[in-house]
Design a protein. Structure first.
Length: 362
């Protein structure tokens, strides 16, 4: 008797490669002002959390009803990479650190040999026993800068091992950077773009469009975002859900999505100004770029082009524009959620209605 071969897939075999696009919608327009970006534009959000689209859209509508919209301010920008040097004792490690700082200009020249866009901005260090952690901070043009910073650090590390006596190789990456981890050092010193997005919403819009009051939002921000996060042991962070908007726009524009770990560290500030609501979101670790790995894939290329981040501008300005747009998008979603949570039942009722409408289980 001859048996026919089984047509069932082998469970041990690798699954076929069938790329599944993440559902993406263009939300807006939202109104932005500031030196890095200005005007009205739609933003792409790639997410499976469908209630995020109307939530950000509500914040976008508010921005169009305010004369200045969402004002964005770029406070700082730098990409970091830390290296580890090992010494026989703390004294040698400390002496090496002093020598490294004394050679800053020479190290800037070494950095320029690694890339025509990388510039060494600053050097910081920490010494623990015989271990010397050196944190290099670079400007990286329109690139997010992970690889550029690592390449520059590799050149610098080679130079240090050759010219600094008493130290040996520890690691090209020493976790004092800090990449894709929530840390105090990033919140304090920054990694990527440090951007604040802010808006002043007149009282009548707070009441009619957000269905709340400035006092309620400010009170909730203190109790939830500040005290609640403190009790939870949050690290340099006080916000409701920056990660939601960051992941959605990171995926839509070809960013390294794992950077939402440090990117979602940020502080929401809300103030009742005689009934008007001042609301801001500060993101010290916003890591975005408009060139580099992932940015030339068709969907990301289209998104960056539509966002105006493929224009002929001075080096770095396209990335700064994207950072400003991203921060404004975060504010839209943060504002909408915080307003909803001032009203009992509103958040869950909205989620249930939207998810059922889109066919998702609840």
């Amino acid at each position: 008797m001859t048996t026919q071969p089984s047509t069932r897939p082998d469970p041990a075999a690798a699954p076929p490669d069938h790329p599944t696009p993440i559902p993406t919608r263009w939300i807006g327009p939202l109104r932005i002002t500031g030196t890095a970006a200005s005007g009205e534009l739609h933003v792409p959000l790639a997410t499976y959390e469908t209630p995020l689209w109307p939530s950000v859209a509500r914040g976008a509508r508010i921005s169009r009803l305010v004369d200045d919209g969402i004002k964005t301010t770029l406070l700082d920008e730098r990409m970091t990479r830390s290296v580890l040097l090992e010494a026989p004792d703390a004294e040698t490690a400390h002496t090496a650190a002093l020598t490294i700082h004394a050679q800053t200009e020479e190290l800037r020249a070494v950095t320029r040999q690694s890339s025509r866009f990388a510039e060494l901005l600053a050097i910081r260090h920490e010494t623990t026993g015989p271990l010397l952690f050196v944190r290099f901070e670079f400007s990286t043009g329109d690139a997010a800068g992970h690889n550029m910073a690592t390449l520059a650090a590799d050149h610098l590390l080679t130079h240090l091992l050759t010219h600094i006596p008493g130290v040996t190789y520890g690691s090209i990456s020493a976790n004092y950077c800090t990449d894709k981890k929530a840390t105090a050092v990033n919140g304090i010193l920054g990694r990527g773009k440090n951007v604040t997005a802010e808006i002043l919403i007149p009282q009548h819009l707070v009441t009619t469009r957000l269905r709340t009051t400035a006092g309620k939002v400010a009170r909730l921000n203190v109790h939830k975002n500040l005290i609640g996060t403190l009790l939870a042991g949050g690290i340099r962070s006080a916000n409701a859900h920056y990660a939601n908007m960051l992941l959605a726009i990171y995926l839509a524009t070809g960013q390294d999505a794992a950077n939402i770990v440090e990117g979602s560290q940020g502080i929401t500030y809300a103030d009742d100004r005689d009934g008007d609501l001042y609301f801001s979101c500060t993101l010290p670790n916003l890591i975005v770029g408009t060139v580099g790995n992932g940015k030339t894939l068709p969907a990301a290329e289209e998104a960056l082009t539509r966002l105006g981040c493929r224009e002929e501008r001075p080096t770095g300005d396209n990335a700064r524009r994207l950072a400003a747009i991203t921060a404004a998008t975060v504010l839209c979603g943060e504002l909408s959620l915080m307003a909803a949570q001032t009203n009992p039942g509103e958040l869950m009722q909205t989620h249930t209605r939207i998810e059922r409408h889109n066919g998702s289980p609840v």
